[in-house]
Design a protein around this ligand. Structure first.
Ligand SMILES: [Zn+2]
Length: 1063
């Protein structure tokens, strides 16, 4: 080892130059991390593949400016030098450096780090007077040469640099080591990788433009980091996340505090940041430091309805002045990829030399316009494009960015769906070849079969238990199956055995494999209105793991030995099993069997049918009992509005159909809840510091204000002090004249709820484990490992717990509390994104549905007023499960007046709001709109060029809308006891819709083989609303926004909140 000195020139925080001398040790042996190594380096962990045509070494400048290109997975054999990494760390900050580090760690990327400055023969000291960038380029070149020689010339090495001087100087020095510019490199080696070429062009353009900024200051300078830090410590500044109000994005933003960081104890509310100057270049989602303005300059938040507004939570501040501040610095930028729309030609502004500087409008209203320099302004007008932000200087009114990828023409379905994914940070790359190589083989000709060696290690239930599944019709990924049977009577009397058997995903997906990493990154299957993106490759999710009927499958089982009368648990058994499901039922079929419908029995194989019916009946009894137990504990029966879009083969929406729940849905759900609860108990007891559980915090009382006010208007009192009190008082609040009243009150209660979240047991005190909605002290997710990664983790924890109890040492140390908590946060974030994407895609299809209707002849529909606002009311439309705002005062100051025949006209006048009604007064008289009044509205679509289309509601009459009488139908068997009363009509409509879809499926023929797309992308092209609703069903607590609200809520106070609360 050789010791030398390395001289560093650093800048101090005050801008002074400091010379630092560090001891620098050089070694002969520094791992090269190549599988072609000829020198027996200690290459542990990730190594470069030998299976590439060349290795590529980017210099410091390329690594700094063009990292996005190096991130393409196609570019393999990538060697990052220590020199380049340090340059990124110094010039681009921690965020970019972390990005580089995670790239290096990710086994899906073929790239490694070579510590060239510690390598005796590749290190070159900086010469006197040598400029830093020249020296860095020389170091990288030296490293490239060393690398080539070290591998005995087995692989050509290409260094890429933007320094033309270096290209000229080095390119002919060494045989086998090439020096190219980035553009030449892409042209030579990646001529087909169009996306990389476009990205290169746009980054290069943005870099060229950066020099041409104006000098006039538009904003105050941000304070340096150490000043901010000291200010936050002393309480002068407060740190928090900036939330822009979507409906007043220009002016209104709030800073939400991150718990403990708030030293200013006077502040218990958000801080309002009013106007662009005070926002000082902070972008929605950034972590900022704010300084409060003097009290005299405080303002209130706006409370009137604005276009597109749906719902708001709480109304604490109704326009009263609130703490108001200004942004003094940015602690962390949280910029992501944004979808923007290129402006029409007349709005672009020529910059000469064919280059145009345009202002593109982001799809997300909360993001400011972004300035982009491009040659493509003409061809891309009215296109949606992904852009990234580069900088926002104090001299610029808008941030600068560069385009990354073109999505397509605005308004086209594919463009819009891709937009929704990008906007929710959902990036789904196809499963790679390497990932698919890890999968078990299974094909229609040679289906996968069980391994005899594995069979002996499992409890074999194939001959002893009648196992069956109940899922939505057309379901391919069967996660869960059930069994129930009598046991020989014990000392206390007759006994029952209830079994829940779940797909044994972790048998096939071993921790740390490429498939596991990909599933972890996705965290969940994504359901959109017309497609889904699976978490696992199809061979697992639809075949080998799926608990299909009539085939042997591995399962993870929980089996309870219960007292048949009291359902007291005598014993619980957890473990790996082998099952063969006898019946793969769908819900309606199972319900029909329970109802004793003979027609359905005739269609089924009957060798075990009487057993099956008996089991279904027992299961129904057990589930009612379990439910009653939870009800006593305060479980909430909440109401969501489930509406499904019915699609034809071309994805046109033909109807929006409210969904009819059957008792059997609840029976299955109850068994799953029971299994999840008992697995939660098991893993928490075994791993009190590091088990993954799911809790549902109690709601904040102020969120119940609207529910309580609305109920009071009808003479009901809602007690919200506990879940039990809430559940009981909701049960009492029934208007015999109008069943919708109770339903709407439940919707409001649901909206007041916070979200259920995953956490690690060590990260949360035990008294916060409680699941408020389900009224359970411990809960987790165990029953859907095919489409939720949380369940995969829980399966591994359960396996480890069983192993520990059997005295075996678990194969691998389980994740620490900290790692598990980070994982929980990751999954929570991904779930939030998945739910939001699902909601927005439903809204997209709703707009398509209403857009296709002729506005003149568009049918009117019935709506119910459920909240009063200062300039209008919020209504709910049961027929479509929609909610939205109805304006009673327009921008011209006119108000709605109801004429003699009940129709509505606009006239000059005034509007008065009170707790339970709103009145308009004009020269012709007064009109009043009361809470829970039925009115008639017309739905139309408001199109938008840059943002999502929205639905617009218009008041037609203040009377209930009479739907045309439905054609007479022979009534089906009465719904069984216990189901909530729904109209026969709805049931009928649902049945028809399902039959229509089934017919469409049959017409296409059962696809025996998976299409190429399905195999690779697991991106099903068939409408998958059943799976979508299956997902929705599992969310025992539903938010109706999950299924479609007009416009969607303002983000004030709710920005970080996902749209659906799920169990
Ligand atoms: Zn080596």
């Amino acid at each position: 080892m050789i010791k030398t000195e390395k001289v560093l020139h650093l800048k101090s925080s005050r801008g002074r130059k400091v010379r630092v001398v560090r001891e620098h040790y050089l070694r002969e042996l520094v791992p090269c991390y190549s599988s072609l190594c000829q020198a027996e380096c200690a290459n542990e962990g990730k190594v470069l593949s030998a299976d590439v045509t060349h290795y590529v070494v980017p210099d410091a400048g390329v690594t700094r400016d063009f990292m996005e290109i190096l991130e393409f997975r196609e570019i393999q054999g990538l060697v990052f030098t220590q020199t380049a990494c340090q340059a990124v760390q110094h010039s681009r900050g921690r965020r970019q450096y972390n990005r580089l580090r995670s790239l290096l760690k990710d086994p899906r990327h073929d790239c490694v780090l070579f510590a060239n400055e510690f390598q005796e023969y590749s290190y070159c000291p900086r010469e006197k007077g040598e400029p830093q960038d020249k020296w860095q380029t020389r170091c990288v070149y030296q490293a490239a040469v060393w690398y080539h020689d070290h591998l005995a010339g087995l692989k050509p090495v290409v260094m890429i640099t933007e320094d033309q001087g270096a290209v000229a100087e080095y390119s002919s020095l060494n045989c086998g080591v090439y020096v190219l510019s980035t553009l030449e490199y892409l042209r030579t080696f990646w001529p087909e990788l169009q996306a990389a070429h476009e990205l290169y062009g746009s980054i290069a353009q943005a870099l060229r433009e950066r020099g041409n900024e104006g000098t006039e200051r538009e904003f105050a300078e941000h304070l340096p980091a150490e000043v901010l830090e000291a200010g936050i410590k002393s309480g002068r500044y407060t740190q928090g996340t900036l939330n822009v109000n979507k409906h007043r994005a220009q002016h209104e933003a709030f800073v939400r505090f991150d718990g403990s960081s708030n030293k200013n104890s006077e502040l218990d509310s958000d801080v309002l940041v009013w106007g662009g100057k005070n926002r000082n270049r902070a972008v929605h989602g950034d972590m900022v430091a704010v300084e409060l303005l003097p009290k005299g300059e405080w303002r209130g938040r706006t409370t009137a309805l604005t276009e597109g507004q749906g719902e708001e939570k709480g109304e604490e501040s109704q326009g009263q002045p609130m703490p108001t501040g200004r942004v003094v610095g940015i602690l962390q930028r949280n910029w992501r990829d944004y979808v923007v729309t290129f402006p029409p030609r007349e709005e672009t502004q020529s910059q000469g030399r064919n280059s145009l500087r345009i202002l593109a409008t982001p799809w997300d209203q909360r993001i400011p316009k972004i300035r982009i320099s491009t040659h493509q302004a003409d061809t891309l007008q009215d296109h949606r494009v992904i852009v990234r932000l580069d900088s926002w200087d104090s001299t610029s009114l808008y941030p600068n960015g560069h385009s990354v990828r073109v999505l397509g023409r605005a308004g086209e379905l594919e463009t819009e769906v891709q937009t929704i994914l990008i906007e929710n940070c959902i990036h789904i790359a196809p499963f790679s070849e390497a990932q698919l190589r890890e999968m078990p083989a299974s094909s229609p000709e040679r289906p996968w079969t069980v391994d005899p060696a594995e069979v002996v290690t499992r409890r074999d239930l194939r001959d002893t238990h009648l196992v069956f599944s109940i899922d939505p019709r057309g379901c391919e990924d069967v996660d869960d199956t059930l069994s129930v049977r009598s046991l020989p009577p014990g000392p206390q009397g007759p006994r029952l055995e209830l079994g829940v058997h779940i797909a044994d995903v972790t048998h096939f997906v071993k921790e740390g494999t490429l498939t596991d990493l990909e599933a972890r990154a996705r965290a969940t299957t994504y359901y959109l209105a017309d497609r889904r993106y699976d978490m696992l490759p199809a061979v697992l999710s639809a075949d080998v793991c799926s608990l299909l009927g009539g085939v042997d499958r591995y399962a993870m089982s929980v089996m309870w030995d219960l007292d048949a009368q009291t359902l007291q648990v005598n014993r619980v058994w957890y473990g790996r099993t082998l099952i063969r499901s006898s019946y793969q039922l769908y819900y309606e079929q199972a319900q029909a069997l329970l109802n004793g419908e003979e027609s359905i029995e005739k269609t089924m194989e009957d060798h075990k049918l009487s057993h099956l019916i008996e089991a279904l009946e027992t299961l129904t009894q057990v589930a009612r009992h379990l439910r009653a137990q939870r009800d006593q504990g305060g479980a909430l029966e909440l109401e969501g509005v489930e509406v499904r879009a019915q699609l034809d083969e071309d994805k046109n929406i033909t109807a929006l159909v409210p969904r009819q729940p059957l008792e059997v849905h609840e029976t299955v759900a109850e068994c799953m809840i029971y299994a999840n609860h008992w697995v939660a108990r098991k893993i928490q007891e075994r791993f009190p510091q590091q088990a993954l559980l799911r809790h549902h915090p109690p709601p904040r009382q102020e969120f119940f204000t609207q529910l309580q006010d609305s109920a009071r208007a009808l003479g009901f009192t809602i007690d919200t002090r506990s879940n039990k009190a809430l559940a009981d008082s909701l049960d009492q609040a029934v208007d015999p004249q109008d069943p919708l009243v109770n339903r709407l009150l439940r919707v409001m209660a649901t909206q007041a709820m916070s979200n259920a979240l995953y956490f690690s047991t060590g990260a949360c005190p035990v008294d916060q484990y409680y699941h408020y909605g389900l009224a359970l002290d411990r809960y987790t997710h165990f029953t859907s490992p095919i489409r939720r990664y949380a369940d995969v983790i829980v399966h591994r924890l359960l396996t480890a717990a069983i192993a520990v109890e059997e005295g075996a040492r678990p194969a691998k140390a389980s994740a620490s509390n900290k790692e598990l908590e980070e994982m929980a946060q990751h999954i929570n974030n991904k779930n939030r994104a998945a739910q939001h994407a699902q909601k927005v895609s439903m809204e997209l299809f709703q707009c398509l549905y209403f857009r296709d209707k002729d506005p003149e002849t568009a049918e009117c529909c019935d709506a119910v007023i459920y909240a009063i606002r200062t300039n209008g009311v919020l209504v709910f439309i049961p027929q479509y499960g929609l909610k939205g705002a109805l304006y009673l005062r327009n921008r011209e100051g006119q108000v709605v007046r109801v004429s003699q025949d009940g129709r509505c006209v606009w006239e000059a006048g005034s509007l008065q709001r009170s707790l339970d009604h709103v009145s308009t007064t004009t020269a012709s008289g007064t009109s009043t709109f009361r809470l829970f009044q039925h009115v008639t509205v017309r739905v139309s679509v408001q199109t938008s060029r840059c943002h999502a289309d929205t639905l617009h509601l218009e008041l037609v009459s203040n009377r209930a809308h009479r739907a045309p009488e439905p054609p007479d139908r022979t009534p089906r068997a009465a719904p069984p006891q216990g189901t909530r009363g729904r109209s026969q009509l709805v049931q009928e409509v649902v049945r028809q819709a399902e039959e229509a879809l089934l017919q469409a499926e049959e017409k296409k023929g059962r696809v025996s083989e998976l299409s190429k797309e399905e195999r690779e992308f697991r991106q099903s092209k068939t409408p998958n609303l059943y799976s979508l609703l299956e997902e929705v069903r599992e969310q025992a607590l539903l938010d109706l926004t999950a299924c479609g609200a007009v416009g969607g809520g303002p983000d004030l106070g709710t920005a970080a909140r996902p749209c659906a609360t799920s169990a």
